[in-house]
Design a protein around this ligand. Structure first.
Ligand code: GLY
Length: 448
């Protein structure tokens, strides 16, 4: 068997779980992560290297590193690397790359493009209009009904470019935020109708991840993210404060709806001569309309979710390298993806202040991570952590993820929170984390 050297393009917990899983494959002899983080090198059974000074958008440097290290397979897991054309460049250099071309990845990095594509392909989605100027968007809102809307930046925004607005005034305020978003992400933006249940209550979000070679596709796993910074879904939008997998909202019927969306999206892109290969992430909203549940597309992501990957990937029993290769070489239809039947809960430990200013935390020592890792059924994945002389220091907003498995969400949650209770930051106290991850499924189980 040829021994492979793999690379993962990501620096956070998602990159950590992917690197760890690829290194477990019998095909793989070593791995690198670009940029990676210090924590992901610890405890691996095979050589693992990181390149923390290289940006995920630095296509030329990444190609040079991969050529230099004789990397044979790359999982491009970061959205801005897709947009920068890394998959295109890797393929041109003769290196197998799991991920979409920049053009196919537009389904994530241009949300206006995604909605227009959805319209052409009859995907269930909210009514939308899109704008390039603040005035035009405000004008549209002011002449429309005083109803709930979502205002969404078209560009990549680390999960922070979408704003729910209950009223016209809130919609106008959200439109005014567009010009301040990072990297000009709100230069173009969407004004969408807020999808609600018949009784006016909110629908329920979930995500499903598929792997595809552009023709065949298979679902890898489902999850439910918790995007707001505070309990009870209050606070600011973040890159994700935790999730549960699989989410109970996704019953058999909901999965069929989601699969139908994958089918239309993947075939639609193929028919438009823009085939999508790699991991496709569907963010869906379950809404009760006319007494029946339906799934609408909130958005697509052109990659693994973060922290969804931390919840889904550990439970995959099929060799992840073989799954990735099946997509790269047009064999996805023939691979069986088997997962264990455990429930996993992910809790993100973040710097107090995140997603705002957390300067006061940076550089402080973090204690208790080893104790957290010793809790039965728990694994830890690192993100904004520095490790020096076996000591851990805060180096970012999202610091680490506790991933706990159990026979159900109750057991997984108990373990996750027991683990994170061991962790504290010098001079600060506990990291910030949400205490209600998986609350919807807890309520469901406790009602039964
Ligand atoms: N957790 C949301 C995302 O990865 O986009």
């Amino acid at each position: 068997m040829r021994k492979e050297r793999i690379a993962v393009i990501d620096g956070g917990g998602r990159g950590h779980v992917l690197l760890s899983k690829y290194l477990k494959s019998n095909h793989v002899e070593s791995g690198i992560a670009i940029p990676g983080n210090d924590f992901m090198k610890i405890g691996q059974t095979k050589p693992a290297e990181t390149f923390q000074n290289v940006a995920t958008t630095d296509v030329n440097s990444i190609i040079s590193i991969c050529q230099d290290r004789k990397v044979t397979f790359v999982d491009v897991a970061q959205d801005n690397a897709v947009r920068a054309g890394l998959v295109d460049a890797l393929r041109k250099a003769g290196i197998r790359a799991l991920g979409p071309t920049a053009e196919a990845g537009k389904i994530e990095w241009d949300k206006v493009h995604a909605r227009i594509f959805g319209e052409r392909n009859a995907l269930p989605q909210p009514e939308f209009k899109w704008f390039l100027s603040e005035e035009a968007g405000i004008d549209e809102v002011m002449k429309g009904a005083d109803e709930p809307r979502f205002i969404k930046a078209a560009g990549l925004c680390e999960g922070k470019g979408s704003f729910g607005a209950e009223t016209r005034d809130e919609a106008v305020a959200a439109i005014k935020k567009m010009k301040y978003l990072k990297d000009n992400a709100g230069r173009k933006y969407l004004v969408e109708k807020w999808l609600r249940n018949d009784d006016g209550s909110n629908g329920e979000e979930f995500s499903s991840h598929a792997v595809t070679d552009g023709n065949g596709w298979k679902v890898i796993g489902l999850a439910q993210d918790h995007k707001k910074s505070l309990d009870h879904d209050r606070g600011e939008m973040t890159g994700g404060m935790g999730c549960v997998s699989p989410p109970l909202v996704a019953d058999g019927k909901i999965k069929l709806y989601a699969n139908d969306i994958f089918k239309r999206a993947i075939f639609g892109m193929g028919l438009e001569s823009n085939p999508y290969t790699g991991i496709l992430y569907l963010s869906g909203m379950v809404v009760k309309r006319g007494g029946a549940k339906k799934v609408y597309v909130i958005e697509f992501n052109a990659r693994w979710g973060d922290p969804e990957a931390q919840a889904i990937v550990p439970g995959i029993k099929t060799d992840l390298f073989e799954i990735g290769c099946s997509a790269v070489s047009g064999r996805t239809s023939s691979i069986d993806i088997v997962a264990d039947c455990r429930t996993r809960v992910v809790v993100a430990g973040v710097s107090p202040g995140y997603p705002g200013n957390y300067d006061v935390v940076r550089g402080r020592r973090i204690h208790g991570l080893e104790d957290a890792q010793r809790v039965n059924g728990v694994e830890l994945y690192g993100a904004g952590l520095k490790v020096e002389d076996s000591k851990y220091y805060a180096n970012g907003g999202r610091l680490f993820y506790v991933v706990a498995e159990g026979s159900d969400v109750i057991m997984a949650r108990e373990r996750a929170y027991a683990a994170i209770s061991h962790v504290f930051i010098d001079g600060i106290g506990r990291p910030h984390y949400r205490t209600d991850i998986g609350w919807r499924d807890m309520e469901r189980l406790l009602r039964e």
